[in-house]
Design a protein around this ligand. Structure first.
Ligand code: SAM
Length: 338
């Protein structure tokens, strides 16, 4: 359905767990008090939710977390969502640690695309960022996924790791980081899109040095001869470029320096059942209380549809990430799901 600003909302991100198997510094660096499983929406809850969402024209779902692959039987959930009338596409975002193990199950469940979050190809740095020596495991998962027919995207958040780790002086002349060059290299031989996501001032990310995309994009363009803008495809806001001879594309999701709120097509559901209309604000609708009511299915469905309508109609015209005093979201990105 259309929101109050005429945007068509057809995409729902569902966080299926608050559990993690990595401890990324800018996202979820330390152990948190985990919610009891009774607070987390069950697969049956999520099936009702998807059904209601589809009635309003939501046709694409992204499974996120926490780390979605640590949720037991997540492939079964994906199959349930794929079987929901009106849902055309179910995709997943993962840190890749368990991708190799679950790839066949994901493919059998009908997954339509896999995003892998990966910020560096330097093994030592990967360990420092994520708290685990898991780079090879992730790369192995990516290679296997890229060898299947499933579209694979790599998502890297544009953090200035050199500055964070003190390997370059803050006042150094801007130079394209080695991490960025290495990640771009992944698109050379494999049909994977490598996308850079501008760091948003949410959760722990607030305290990290981002690389603004008005600096990063021209640097990359200057380095890769013949890089040209490619057709837009996909669900979202990424602007894609092609580098001659590369199998995959390079994409930029620039929430700050390429604000795309006028094209925003999404809402988000936390694992505890809070439906959010925008990353920047804490406003939303609690739908757990609706799915857990003992009403008959039809009554519950109707209430869920109304809750989705309420959330979509309350979607603000834009975020305020550059005016920090206006950001009301207190949840971390790990609780929202990105
Ligand atoms: N564990 C899954 C994964 O790694 O894709 C899903 C959850 S994770 C919160 C989703 C995405 O949000 C990851 O790509 C992560 O890098 C990104 N992210 C976390 N904090 C961010 C921030 N402050 N700004 C932009 N992206 C962020």
């Amino acid at each position: 359905m259309k929101d109050s600003y005429g945007r068509n909302i057809d995409y729902l991100r569902i966080s299926v767990t608050d559990r993690f198997n990595l401890r990324c510094l800018y996202c979820m660096p330390e152990d948190i008090d985990l919610s009891p499983m009774s607070d987390i929406l069950t697969f049956e809850d999520l099936a009702s939710v998807a059904c209601a969402a589809a009635k309003l024209g939501i046709s694409k779902i992204k499974i996120t977390g926490g780390e979605p692959l640590v949720r037991r039987d997540v492939c079964h959930l994906i199959r349930m969502l794929k079987d929901t009338h009106g849902i055309d596409q179910v995709t997943l975002t993962t840190n890749g640690m368990l991708l190799g193990r679950f790839l066949t199950g994901l493919i059998d469940a009908g997954i339509d695309g896999i995003n892998v979050s990966l910020d560096t190809l330097d093994r030592g740095r990967y360990g420092r960022i994520t708290g685990h020596d898991g780079l090879e495991t992730v790369l192995d998962g990516i290679n296997k996924a890229a060898g299947s027919n499933i579209p694979v995207k790599i998502n890297a958040v544009s953090v200035d790791w050199d500055r964070y780790f003190g390997t370059s002086k803050a006042d150094d002349a801007p130079a394209i980081p080695e991490d960025v060059k290495a990640l771009i290299g992944l698109a050379e031989d494999q049909p994977v899109d490598v996308r850079f996501i501008e760091l948003m001032p949410i959760g722990y990310g607030k305290d990290f040095p981002g690389i603004p995309h008005d600096i990063l994009i021209p640097q990359i363009k200057a380095l890769y001869d013949g890089m040209t803008e490619a057709d837009r495809r996909g669900n979202g806001p990424a602007v894609y470029y092609k580098i001659p001879g590369y199998k995959g594309r390079i994409g930029f999701i620039s929430a700050i320096h390429g604000k795309f709120c006028n094209e925003c097509n999404r809402i988000r559901l936390t694992s505890k059942g809070y439906l959010k209309s925008c990353l920047c604000y804490d406003t939303g609708v609690d739908i757990k209380s609706i799915v857990r009511q003992s009403d008959l299915g039809a009554v519950k469905q109707e209430r869920l549809v109304r809750a989705f309508e309420q959330c979509i109609l309350s979607k603000p015209d834009s975020h305020s990430f550059t005016q920090k005093e206006k950001i009301t979201e207190k949840l971390t990105m790990s609780a929202i799901g990105g």
